[in-house]
Design a protein around this ligand. Structure first.
Ligand SMILES: *Cc1c(COP(=O)(O)O)cnc(C)c1O
Length: 384
């Protein structure tokens, strides 16, 4: 499959290039040219590796992509790092007014849900380097508000021909997260505490991507820059998988009937996980409302309530630092998806956000007015 930029000013690329570049050269994020329908019913009893391969192969393999057998092996190697065979088991809680399924995303090597993607991403990068014939060293730049950093370091440690650099806000991560990062083993791992918050760290990473001069100097020294943040498609696509296996587990447990929609509640920071839910839904997983859960840094919650994205506020440090984010990268992909891929509109909004820290989107994506006639609005919404 081909991938285009949300900002519409970069050439379409294949999956290998998208994974290696992380960010599109126009500053936008790569999105697949379409979401491929998935035969969910045929995967209800399938093991993780089979589901993961079925979900990701349409995007990651084929022309300009990774070899199909390589993807399957990578998925199996990543799954083997988890302490349970299901990778992300589901626990069902009974409730008077419904049933809650808890998806246990913490069984990976660093106990962050990012492990699902970050145990796989290094394999995808290695396959992509071979597919593209990339020489030299892949420099994996990563901004973190806590969990991504450790999971990226652990995933990329001692992977040949890669160096991983993590920027974290010195005062903006938990004690445990800081210790996890600073004690990381591996010969290719670098951890930098910055003065500032996560948004500053993410801005610094994105600025380096956008700085043609800096990139040229790095190229001269044999480095190609990539990213382990969820701006990278290779971080995002693996997250679609657990909405399929989670749904399948609910079906197997008999708490959901065929066709009955399942609402999802997703703690949100950079909007990667929630975006993956909307892609799973678009692929045919019967998900209902997607609830965007935030903490005191409720920029996204306010956005879904008002249609205005307003980052003109101070960042509040909370006990959930992974959600302490004011500029949420993957919302850009969601706006692109739900505006009928209107890259001009997305580019204008992102330029305004960079200049003024605020933009008005108006009619909210997924509101009934935006939907094709006859579509069931409750099946398309993201709410706060
Ligand atoms: C990463 C993370 C989040 C935010 O997820 P996004 O995909 O960036 O929205 C929320 N909670 C925890 C514990 C995390 O590790």
């Amino acid at each position: 499959m081909r991938f285009t930029s949300t900002r519409g000013q970069a050439p379409a690329v294949g999956a290998a290039r998208a994974v290696l570049d992380g960010l599109a050269p126009d500053g936008g994020l790569y999105v697949p040219e379409r979401i491929e329908p998935l035969d969910v019913e045929s995967l209800l009893d399938a093991p993780w590796a089979e589901v993961a391969t079925a979900v990701m192969a349409p995007y990651l393999t084929g022309e300009g992509g990774l070899p199909a057998d390589g993807l399957r092996e990578a998925v199996e190697a990543a799954a083997a790092r988890f302490e349970t065979e299901e990778v992300v088991p589901l626990t069902v809680l009974g409730e008077a007014d419904g049933t809650i399924g808890l998806l246990e995303l913490f069984h990976g090597p660093t106990h962050a849900f990012k492990d699902v993607a970050l145990t796989l991403l290094p394999h995808l990068v290695t396959l992509a380097r071979t597919a593209e014939g990339q020489q030299g060293t892949t420099l994996v730049l990563t901004a973190t508000s806590g969990d991504t950093g450790k999971a990226a370091l652990e995933g990329f440690k001692d992977v040949p021909d890669t160096e991983v650099v993590v920027l974290y806000p010195t005062e903006g991560v938990s004690f445990m997260q800081k210790q996890q990062m600073r004690t990381q083993a591996g010969g290719n791992v670098h951890v930098l505490g910055i003065h500032g918050d996560f948004d500053d760290a993410q801005r610094a990473v994105k600025a380096l991507f956008a700085d043609a001069g800096a990139r040229e100097r790095l190229t001269g020294r044999g480095y190609a820059v990539s990213s382990a943040n969820s701006i990278n498609l290779g971080r995002l696509l693996p997250q679609v998988v657990y909405y399929v296996t989670g749904y399948a587990a609910l079906r197997r447990a008999g708490v959901v009937a065929a066709g009955e929609p399942v609402d999802v509640v997703v703690p949100t920071g950079n909007f990667g996980n929630l975006l993956a839910a909307t892609w799973a839904r678009a692929a045919g997983v019967p998900l209902g409302t997607a609830v965007c859960a935030t903490n005191e840094n409720r920029v996204l919650a306010d956005f879904f309530a008002t249609g205005t994205y307003d980052a003109r506020r101070g960042l509040v440090r909370t006990d959930s630092p992974s959600m302490d984010i004011l500029v949420s990268s993957n919302l850009e992909r969601f706006l692109h998806d739900t505006s009928g891929r209107d890259s001009d509109r997305v580019r204008a909004a992102m330029a305004q956000l960079a200049d003024e820290r605020v933009f008005d989107w108006g009619a909210l994506p997924g509101e009934p007015a935006d939907l094709p006639e006859g579509a069931d609005a409750s099946r398309h919404r993201v709410v706060a």
